[in-house]
Write a protein that binds this ligand. Sequence first.
Ligand code: SF4
Length: 406
Amino acid sequence: MALTGLDIYKLLPKTNCGDCGSPTCLAFAMKLAAKQVSLDQCPHVSEEAQAEMGSASQPPIRLVTIGTGQAEIELGNETVLFRHEETFYHGTGLAVRLRENNPEAEKRLELINKLHFTRVGEDIFVNLLALEEESGDPEKYGVFAAHYGSRTHLALILISRSPACLKAALEKMGDRRPLIHAAVDDNIDEVAGLAKEYSCPLVVRGKGVEETAKLAERAKELGVEDLILDTTPDNIRDGLADQVIIRRQALNKQFRPLGYPTIAFTDPGADKMTQALEASVLIAKYSGIVVTDLLEHEYILPLLTTRQNIYTDPQKPIQVEPKLYEVGTPDRSSPLIVTTNFSLTYFTVEGEVEASRIPAYLLIVDTEGTSVLTAWAADKFNAETIARSEERRVGKECRSRWSPYH
Ligand code: SF4
């Protein structure tokens, strides 16, 4: 049976040392009960307490980290089936594939490295480069992976079924901590050995959910903890069904062999629009990583936007700082435009004002990140709040200099 936060708190050292990243043991216990952290983040917990908490204290979907430094991406640790129940925590990693024999690999890499955008004030970008082996030649693949891996800031996935090719590439990766794809039934001992030797996360790839779960158990027995699941579906319908089954089994049944993030591929034989639709389905439910051959802005930007929308906490709208903004170089005769601090509203209005080429003041009222109509309906955007905002912001910001409001 799941332990409550107070049950867990009783088993912790209660020293409030903060080494786990939480300010107090109670705060850590509450997060542990909500499956947002794992017990191993407290280095001081006794062996007896560990045994008592056991699997009840483990997040139902393991948090797996790929890459290091700025390229690092975290996956998993999700706690709900539906975003409105709480939130989704770790956005789907979008990966673009680079094949070893592609004569245009250089050009593709240049385009992949530029798949970085700003939307509603946030940076959104592709996270991973998937380097796929095709030659069967360890030396050749090692050179390929080292060459292209060194020319990108993205986290890396090494794709090969050959342990020798994977080893040749891993030897050249330094501390990049790439994701290894994949351990299958006939190579799992060797490939799991590589994951252990190089401390890298590992994909286990079976045919269907059942076989993949068995491979995950086997990899765990071999000492690999950071796993990603690939069920090798034949089509997007099966792929979607697999994703939902895995998420349900992990969350509702606490079935440990499926308690890992997943990876899925768009169909490289499909047309681009179909691939984009497949990727959007997989982002919505519940793929940890989606690997695609797409790299055109018109497909990638909508996918990144979809991810941004799904992985935004529904209880915390994206906000901008409420204050007086200047668009262009406004003066005494410039208009004052008033709106709310919901990011999407702010950037839409700001974009329109900028496009008009008429310099203006933009007074952004604090409506706790709600849009104009929602804020108005909740009485957060009315004459009084606007006047208060003007007094507070304009008074504070412009008192010491010339202002059109004096
Ligand atoms: S590291 Fe352990 S002992 Fe220290 S505050 Fe966190 S839970 Fe408490």
